[in-house]
Each structure stands twice: as structure tokens, then as C-alpha cells.
Design a protein around this ligand. Structure first.
Ligand SMILES: *Cc1c(COP(=O)(O)O)cnc(C)c1O
Length: 420
């Protein structure tokens, strides 16, 4: 099997020449990933940050199987289905303050941001006042398609593609001491009136190392964008679904965006689905007797009914009090562990936001994805039965909410042992 994997499979984010053999997982259950040799691994990063309720959740399984009996997949142009409508209505009603009105479907996080960007560019185009620049934040990650890469950090990950990216300005990451100057910089840029959109990962940047920033700063920036008619996109692909301690990161702020992108935990993390949710104002700019003013974008699997059924089932689980009790419990345990580790000599920084705990280790070489510490940490955690993929010298957990307190304590113990 492993031989055939090497022979036929090309893995993501992987140098296939030097990477050691991958783990064959034969069963995923709750927080456990069971390998072929019988060894069990705790899924500390929710299987690439997606699995929020644990693997094989019976309620989600039932929803998918029942949906399969009814409508497995249909074209979503000129036709609709119950679960697509139900999901849209529930998402609109779950997002704050009746602020959003329309849901556009795609297949993953990258396409949800790609769609958001295309909507912004066409919004201005349709009104005969094209605006070509976007403002993003240094260290951003919005996905791996071209538009999404264009607004992401320009680094070794996307070097070969850089000549093909559109024009983007970046604000420095708003560390405390840069809060004032970054707002001033944004104001200057917005005054040029060239900006179509602002895109941010609200409150916490994921891929750049789970880096947090203040909600007051975000409120200021969004307010400024609105003052200058710049469309605001919140990429909540990672931050939604309880990760920040609330259902959405935007539940922590006062200024709401015009567009929000959702994916990852949306289906409980079991089927691919992306949503781009907009206000009435964005939607209305596409209404016209002219067909070319429509949003001419779609995917074969747009609005896949099985994925919609899984997402509705995941929303059911988020309506249960026990889910939120667990989110709060993980949050407070993270804080306890964080304060215990605060002054550890090997730790550069500790960041906690809800169910996410990140420890930046001192390496003397800066925060690099390819740091040797990363491989060392990854192997150490595997040997202790933890599946945990550090981001460079940042080790972090964002576990499924089905994790038990005993399991969580064990994770902290192993982290402490590694750092020690
Ligand atoms: C993961 C991620 C994406 C990309 O989602 P994919 O489903 O992997 O394409 C986009 N934005 C953020 C903030 C993410 O964390």
C-alpha cells in the first residue's frame, strides 16, 4: 500500500523526493486516527483545521446518508434543492445582525476567497468605475488559486507564480507598536481611490503562525475602508466555527464586512464546501437586464447536496449547549496552560485565541516554515501518539471539540516535554 502511495500519489505541500513515508490511516474515529500498525494518533490539528466535531460523528453520517437517498448531486444553475436552501437560510440567520443576505456556493476555502475577489472587481466594473488594487496584510494566507495567492504573503511558497499576480498593497502585520502607523498607511492608500477591496483574516492569521491582533484595530481599519467605499472581505475560512471562542471571529468586532468567506469546519470538516456570503449591496450590483453583468462563475459541484446536508448537520451540533460548553472549557484550559508556560526560556511568544493555542519557539532563525525544529517537533509528537503539524517554529493545537480533558492534558504534557 505504502509502495503504491509512493508510486502513484503526489501529496500536497510535499517535496516528494526527500519526504519520508506517509502514515497510512485505516480508521478515523472521534479524535483518534488509527494507523495500519494499530497505533493511534490524537488529531491535534483537526485534520488540517477542518474537523470540528470529531471523526465519524453519527449525526453528520446520518444526514449524508439520508441525503444520498434523496438527491446525491444536481446542477445548481436552473435547479435547486432543499438542503442548499436550508443551509443558506441558516447561515444568513446565524451570521450577526441580519447583516448578510446572499450565499454563493463553491468547493473549498481558496475558491470562496477567489469568488469574493472576483465579486469585488466585478462590482466596480459593473458600475463603470473599475478599481484594480487590493489591500491585504503581510503574512496573509487566503488559498492557493491565483487570486487567492495574489493577496497572500509573497514568499517562497508562490515565487514561481509572482509575475502573474495582480496589484496588491500590504499593511505590515499590526503588532501593538504598529497599530497606529498601519492605520495611517491604510488611510493614505485608500485616499488614492484605486482600491476595490480589503481582505483580512479577522483577529488571527492562521498559516503565518496563528498570529493574533486586536479587534479594536480591525474595527478601525474596517471603518476606514467603509469611509472610502472599499469593499471589506473577512476570510473566516479558518476563524469560523468556534475556533476563536465564538461561532465567527466577527462576533468579536463591531464593524461587519461586506463579504465573508467560509469553508474548513463548515461541513464539520468531512466534505469540501465553500461559501461566499454577501450583503444586499454587493448582490444588487449584479442585477441588470444585461446578462454579462451577472456573476458568471460556477463549479461542477456547486451546492453539492451531500456537502450541504453535512453542513446543516454541523449547524445542528453547534446549536447544542454541550458543544459550547466544550469550546469554553478548551479555551480556559488553553489559558491555564498558556500562563503556566509564559516565562519559559525556550518560548518566544504564546498566543491563545479560543480553542487555538500556539507556542512560538525560540530558534534564533526567525519564524520559518522550513526550520529544522519543525521536523524535529513533528517526529517527536508522532512518537508520542500526537498528530500535530507545526507551522515552522510555531507549535499549535486546534483540536476537534470532542477532545476529552484527559486527552487535552496529555497534549499539554507532551508539548511541555518537547519544549523542556
Ligand atoms: C485554509 C485556508 C484557506 C484555503 O482553504 P482551502 O480549502 O485549503 O483551499 C483560505 N483562507 C484561510 C484563512 C485558510 O486558513
Amino acid at each position: 500500500m505504502i509502495y503504491n502511495d509512493k508510486k502513484y500519489v503526489w501529496h500536497p505541500f510535499t517535496q516528494m523526493m526527500t519526504e519520508p513515508d506517509v502514515l497510512e490511516i485505516v480508521k478515523a474515529e472521534g479524535t483518534s486516527l488509527i494507523a495500519k500498525d494499530g497505533k493511534s494518533y490524537l488529531d491535534c490539528n483537526s485534520s488540517w483545521w477542518v474537523n470540528v466535531h470529531g471523526h465519524g460523528h453519527p449525526h453528520i453520517a446520518k444526514a449524508i446518508s439520508e441525503q444520498f437517498e434523496k438527491v446525491d448531486h444536481i446542477i445548481f444553475a436552473g435547479a435547486t434543492h432543499k438542503k442548499g436552501v436550508e443551509l443558506s437560510e441558516r447561515i444568513i440567520n446565524t451570521l450577526p445582525d441580519n447583516h448578510f443576505q446572499k450565499v454563493f456556493f463553491s468547493d473549498n476555502g481558496s475558491t470562496s476567497t477567489e469568488v469574493a475577489l472576483k465579486m469585488c472587481f466585478q462590482y466596480w466594473h459593473n458600475q463603470g468605475t473599475p478599481k484594480n488594487r487590493v489591500l491585504a496584510i503581510e503574512g496573509a494566507y487566503h488559498g492557493d488559486t491565483f487570486g487567492a495567492m495574489s493577496v497572500g504573503e509573497r514568499d517562497y511558497f508562490n515565487k514561481p507564480f509572482e509575475p502573474f499576480f495582480f496589484d496588491v498593497d500590504y499593511l505590515p502585520f499590526p503588532k501593538k507598536e504598529l497599530e497606529k502607523s498601519t492605520i495611517e498607511k491604510a488611510e493614505k492608500l485608500f485616499q488614492t481611490n484605486d482600491f476595490s477591496a480589503l481582505i483580512v483574516e479577522p483577529l488571527i492569521q492562521g498559516s503565518s503562525g496563528m498570529r493574533t491582533y486586536s479587534s479594536e484595530w480591525l474595527d478601525q481599519l474596517v471603518k476606514l475602508a467603509k469611509k472610502h467605499n472599499v469593499i471589506v472581505i473577512f476570510d473566516e475560512v479558518m476563524t469560523a466555527w468556534g475556533r476563536t471562542g465564538e461561532l465567527f471571529a466577527m462576533n468579536h468586532v463591531n464593524e461587519l464586512p461586506d463579504i465573508v468567506c467560509l469553508s474548513k469546519g463548515l461541513t464539520g470538516g468531512v466534505l469540501p464546501l465553500g461559501l461566499t456570503v454577501t450583503t444586499q449591496k454587493i448582490y444588487d450590483a449584479f442585477l441588470s437586464p444585461e446578462r454579462v453583468k451577472a456573476f458568471l462563475h460556477g463549479h461542477s459541484f456547486t451546492g453539492n447536496p451531500l456537502a450541504c446536508a453535512a453542513a446543516c448537520a454541523s449547524l445542528d451540533i453547534f446549536e447544542q449547549e454541550s458543544t459550547w460548553k466544550k469550546v469554553k472549557l478548551i479555551t480556559s484550559k488553553n489559558k491555564e496552560f498558556g500562563s503556566k508556560m509564559e516565562n519559559h526560556p525556550s518560548i518566544e511568544d504564546i498566543r491563545i485565541m479560543g480553542t487555538i493555542l500556539a507556542l512560538e519557539l525560540k530558534t534564533g532563525e526567525g519564524n520559518t516554515y522550513f526550520s529544522d525544529k519543525r521536523d524535529e517537533a513533528y517526529r517527536f509528537f508522532l512518537s508520542k501518539g500526537l498528530m500535530m503539524r507545526p507551522l515552522g517554529n510555531v507549535i499549535f493545537i486546534n483540536p476537534p471539540y470532542s477532545i476529552t480533558m484527559e486527552e487535552l492534558e496529555y497534549v499539554y504534557e507532551v508539548i511541555e516535554e518537547f519544549i523542556g
